[in-house]
Design a protein around this ligand. Structure first.
Ligand SMILES: [Zn+2]
Length: 268
């Protein structure tokens, strides 16, 4: 049946004088939804072409996104080129074990994955936040199953003032509401304005973040003994996640896991 056919049938059903019944209520609801969809048809979050459901990707965009799936490093969540079987750690996770327990990301920060991160950051956030949060829910299902509390990586207040919202908090609130986990968006604070991490050496990154993140005064009891799920939009290196994990562990969190939408992966 064509879309037009569906709509006209629904409206006809809704207009028939049968008295109020749950069936009629349902028909009216679908008629209203039909009208809304006609005026504002759901769009693919990647290319804005028409899709059946809001907050989704069209098949073409779906196939162009590089999802991160096993095999990946069990600590850092970075994908491996070949499957060597069994749980694996990357050489980096062995050489420089992270402060956090496990990191997972939904997609590689590349192509459409990168475009979605940028669009979330600079506007266009409600539909995107929901769609990206859903993908993160899948990628982070093991972490979410173990978590007690969801916390976003904070922005410095001057950046928050400029941008008006923290994109990591948009994602963490979506994950909290989809999973039913408690959410503490103001638990971590960024004490100083840090330079972007990209392109800095490991020592520079550590110096850049030294003491930059801490648990807000008086909020330590929310952290003690809890397994925290730290959420960010994109993970470049482990430095920010490590600095946040260090602050949370100092406030006696039992474990810290990290879930980001995208992950920068170097090399071929
Ligand atoms: Zn698309």
């Amino acid at each position: 049946m064509t879309e037009y056919g569906q709509h006209s049938e629904v409206i006809e059903t809704a207009a028939r004088p049968r008295g109020f019944s749950p069936k009629l209520g349902e028909a009216l609801r679908s008629a209203v939804k039909g009208l809304i969809d006609t005026v504002y048809p759901p769009q693919c979050i990647g290319c804005r072409s028409a899709v059946a459901e809001p907050s989704t990707l069209c098949p073409r965009c779906w196939s162009s996104v590089k999802f991160i799936e096993r095999p990946f490093c069990e600590r850092l969540g970075t994908p491996f080129e070949v499957d060597l079987g069994g749980p694996l750690l990357s050489p980096l996770a062995i050489a420089e074990p992270p402060v956090f327990e496990r990191a997972r990301s939904a997609v590689i920060y590349d192509g459409l994955g990168r475009a979605l991160v940028h669009r979330l950051k600079y506007g266009d956030r409600l539909d995107l936040g929901l769609a990206m949060g859903r993908l993160m829910l899948l990628a982070g299902r093991d972490l979410i199953a173990d978590a007690d509390l969801v916390v976003p990586v904070p922005l410095h207040w001057t950046r928050l003032l400029k941008r008006r919202f923290n994109q990591a908090a948009v994602l963490s609130s979506t994950i909290a509401s989809l999973s039913g986990l408690p959410h503490e968006p103001a638990l971590l604070v960024r004490r100083k304005r840090t330079r972007p991490q990209y392109g800095l050496s490991r020592a520079e990154r550590q110096a850049n973040l030294q003491g930059a993140l801490r648990v807000r005064d008086g909020m330590e009891p929310f952290v003690e003994g809890k397994r925290i799920l730290l959420v960010d939009d994109v993970m470049t290196t482990s430095s920010t996640a490590n600095a946040a994990a260090r602050a949370l562990l100092k406030a006696k969190a039992s474990h810290v896991d990290v879930l980001s939408f995208a992950r920068v992966v170097n090399g071929p």
